[in-house]
Design a protein around this ligand. Sequence first.
Ligand code: SRM
Ligand code: SF4
Length: 588
Amino acid sequence: MDIIAKLRDVPFDELHPNERLKVESDYLRGSLEAGLADEATGAVAEDDTQLTKFHGFYMQDDRDLRDERRHQKLEPLYSFMVRLRLPGGVISPKQWLTLDDVSSRYANGTLRITTRQTFQYHGVFKENLRAHLQAIDKAMIDCIAACGDVNRNVICSANPHRSQIHRQVYELSHAISDRLLPSTRAYHEIFLGEERVAGGAEERETVSSKRDAEAEGDPREPLYTRHYLPRKFKVALAIPPENDVDLFAHDVGFIAHVENGELDGFTVCIGGGMGMTHGEPSTFPRLSDPIGYCTPEAVPAVAEAIMLTQRDNGNRRDRKQARLKYTVESMGLDAFKAEVESHLGEALAPAREYHFADNGDRLGWIEGDDGLWHYGLFVQNGRIADFDDGPQLRSGLREIAETHDGDIVLTTNQNLIVTQVPATKREEIDAILDRHRVVADHSRLRRSAMACVAFPTCGLAMAESERYLPSLIDKLDTVMNEAGLSDDAITVRMTGCPNGCARPYLAEIGFVGKAPGHYNLYLGGGFSGQRLNKLYRENIDEATILGELEPLIQRYAAERETGEPFGDFVIRTGVIKETTAGRAFHDA
Ligand code: SRM
Ligand code: SF4
């Protein structure tokens, strides 16, 4: 039974309040038009803050200034975080220059590479929102569905210019994104000034006659219906042996299989997700499970069938139980798969074996299949800025975009790749980065580390993350050096709360914010993103973190087996128990 039929007689008060908001929003319009025009406040109406997400932006306030503003009896300093839809993360030099320009014109002068291979802007004031979105629209980029209860930015193994397989997988990320894009024209009308054309008038009639619309399905939003999804929905594609996208962390994962140099098909996985809530064991991170195999041509249809199954079966009463991972847990994998196959009209072939080696990026120079070179550049926590007394990263990248013809590709580890460089131009790129003091020889520990945004913009942060991890890594670098491990990579990830935006539950060492200056410490994640970690110490400060990790790292240096990753070592030596399934994440 589809969602329209399912919810027809369910009173709204039995559902989560967001469900009514979606249905009554006139396909995501709400009162946004009026809210943007209201000059008396930097905010938009409470209900509309849920709708802006579907259009790719979030209302936030500067948490560093909250107390001071309250003291001065001023409203919080509201601004918006704007997130781009950029499947596969590819940006042409011309687009780069626009995106760079927009960051100083309308935002806080920085660009932030996210863990989903796109850019976020912070500090966009309400009066600049339209101009911001219109400027990026001119560069053929939009923010539609970058947040909200819809299919999010589709991510894939980075750099389509590296090989033919990478190119094909990248094209599929676009095909999925296009196919799962909402149909509403709300974004175009409200932010880009598109006229409501004849269809709009028809739309309104259909809405007022709700029963008729429901009897016919939903012509204005055929895939999503006016109910949209119960929760966000995320798709990733990976090309083994590299698991740079953390394939198992997403609602849907497609693992590429290559036969005789040709892309043969994909193992399809469902049910991954990271978010949980401290102290609520019914919430947990979960890795996705394989359910079958499909051809490359079938990938968009398979993604759609999985999304429809989630649309119709996901929990619409409790948003903390609404992600696909919980739908799989409650329906069972077989029942979920059967419904996917019924949408597809055929059975999936059996899943195939795959092997992943690691979940990091290829940094430095690598040669592509066509003899062109690609430079993977480490970007600390994804923040592109000109740092006081530090690297002039933003200026350096602008110069590269001005002088080089190749694309710049974002990665899901918050790094970027300067692509398509002829061998003769490599030195020129190196020289630009040198001139802007962009350092390439960070420790492997730092290069394997990621942190989410957290303070001051994230409203959910309980502790610092992006602003704190670099200094913690300084101290951990000393520990690693003293243990003789300066050339070793251990994946370290930090988030300011348990939502898991930097996928910390896959790290070999994970830090999750509990309170200012205090973190839960997780150990034992898989080096290739194949295993969740487990809670080792709760609510500890920096001194305790270092006190716990120093002896473990020394012991690792002394007792590890050849090639044994830290995450495997702590399990083999009994420091921590292995997490074998998401629902066992909280078991001691
Ligand atoms: Fe996230 C909410 C930042 C990737 C799980 N995430 C947020 C918000 C929007 C806070 C909010 O709701 O008010 C954060 C905005 C902070 C800011 O100031 O910018 C935020 N998430 C981010 C980014 C920017 C982190 C980063 O440092 O790169 C990533 C943007 C990705 C993108 O471009 O789309 C980001 N978030 C993720 C990931 C990783 C991924 O997708 O691979 C996850 C874990 C995977 C997953 O979805 O399970 C993730 N974010 C969450 C959750 C928990 C969802 C859940 O199922 O429990 C929330 C909170 C929520 O949705 O209620 C959240
Ligand atoms: Fe904010 Fe938490 Fe996500 Fe970090 S993990 S960006 S603190 S929601």
